[in-house]
Design a protein. Structure first.
Length: 133
């Protein structure tokens, strides 16, 4: 934990990153980030804006599944996608959640050949996560 005083008009952009022990030479990760909600934007709308950015920035991007979902207390928009980074085929399982004036993005990343296990691990982690608005 840490604490600091921010200059006037600054916001914190804190991100949480948790890292699994190595599995076949790769360490799956869960990243949680957040940003201010734009107006009355819902999770699916936010996810749509992020999709365009993912498609244009990730090599070999493929959309595998998406739709509304609930894991534990978190309800939002779920997305599963694949791409290639540094020569490795990866899969990401994402959950976009709107709480009050904040949009949270939970992103689990693993090797693409472990897709089913990655989805199960992500869903378990999502269900155990508690977010504050």
């Amino acid at each position: 934990e840490f604490e600091m005083s921010l200059p006037e008009s600054w916001n914190h952009g804190t991100q949480l990153l948790v890292v699994s022990p190595p599995q076949e030479g790769f360490r799956p990760t869960l990243a949680i980030s957040h940003e201010a909600r734009q107006g009355k934007q819902e999770a699916a709308e936010y996810a749509a804006t992020q999709l365009a950015a993912l498609q244009s920035s990730l090599s070999g991007f493929g959309l595998l599944r998406e739709g509304t979902a609930k894991f534990g207390e978190l309800a939002g928009f779920f997305r599963e996608c694949s791409f290639v980074s540094a020569g490795s085929a990866l899969v990401q399982v994402q959950l976009y959640v709107v709480l009050g004036v904040v949009v949270y993005t939970l992103t689990y990343t693993d090797l693409a050949d472990r897709r089913a296990a990655a989805r199960a691990a992500a869903e378990k982690l999502f269900a155990s996560t508690k977010l504050a608005s």
